[in-house]
Design a protein around this ligand. Sequence first.
Ligand code: SF4
Length: 403
Amino acid sequence: MLASVRPTPLAGENDQWLDALEENLASVDWSPALAPLAVKLAKNVPLSLEDGMTLYQHPDLHEVGAMAHQVRMARFGNRAFFNSNVHINQTNICVLACRFCAFRRGPKAKDAYAMSIDEYMDDLAIYAHAIDEVHSVGGLHPEWGVEHYEELFTRVAKTYPSISIKALTAVEIKHLGQRSSMTTREVLKRLKAAGLTSLPGGGAEILDDDVRAIICNGKESSSEYLQIHREAHEVGLPSNCTMLFGTIEALEQRLQHMISLRDLNASTKGFQCFVPYPFLPDDTRLPQAQLATGTEILRTIAVSRLMINTIPHIKAYRMNIGDHLAELALQFGADDIDGTVQKESIMHLAGSSAPLDHDRAKLARLIHDAGCEPIQRNTTYSEFEPYIPPKVKPRRVLPMATQ
Ligand code: SF4
């Protein structure tokens, strides 16, 4: 007998999404391999690791994508969420040297940088009129403690009260605790009081300590990542969570990663969005990486939607997967797309060529091209507004369905 779970609708979901889920899944004649999964999903029963392997090994990618799309449509209809943000990476100086990272520099490198608070504010001033969120992550600076970020966030919050500050990964929080001799919970409380709105969730990589020992030795352990996010949720800071795939991990480790995040959120409910993104090809940083193909990226996004029933949003992170794949991902289970962005270093140094000049109208067009309705949201997924782009000259396209 399957136990069903009826969570409170959250974060822009349809009120009756669980009823819609049952209807949507019953409306399709699933193949024998996927039919038992559809029965579980219809009752919002979490899929097992073995179910996840079935999804990864099912020969029909389209059927896996269609199943993820049915779940996404039940939760959100064809709405696709975005916000207007800028990424400011405050320093590339880092005391660690993760194997996959193309961004970090040692303090003596010619192109090492650490923005002063004034420089950060000057940079933010360029974009402030057009954004509602600043997203800041960076290296583990050997000299900056919690006071540096308190001063920075206080300045940002006072100067731009309508801009949310989404900043610092779990390992940055851990590093600040070590630098300032305080617990990570204290760091989170102090930074929240200074104006921090939420954590972006980067740095999860793969939550498996054997994998981490090879790709990011010295970073926080899997349990520390989960614990810091648990503490963030407990002190009232929502967060996102990520997965870097296509390095050296096995499929089981990806699935266990999804399950660990899903299980944590079943109790804390503080994760808003799951962001799966692939390692970008580079022969020098991690030559043994098993790079993800385009179809594998789409499949992983679909599997994420199906495995993770406790986190409402699945993001197509276009900074990493590019605009074309991000558009397709909106038909494979993703409902959220990041973002106008405008400035970003980490993925671009790793090889991304995703355009950085998207204003809201361009992003809305990408969402329309995927057959979805663009909805502008705030950082914490608590305010939503349909975005009607300004009228533009119609594009020359052949008449065909978009879905
Ligand atoms: S991933 Fe983060 S912690 Fe690791 S080297 Fe790069 S900047 Fe430092």
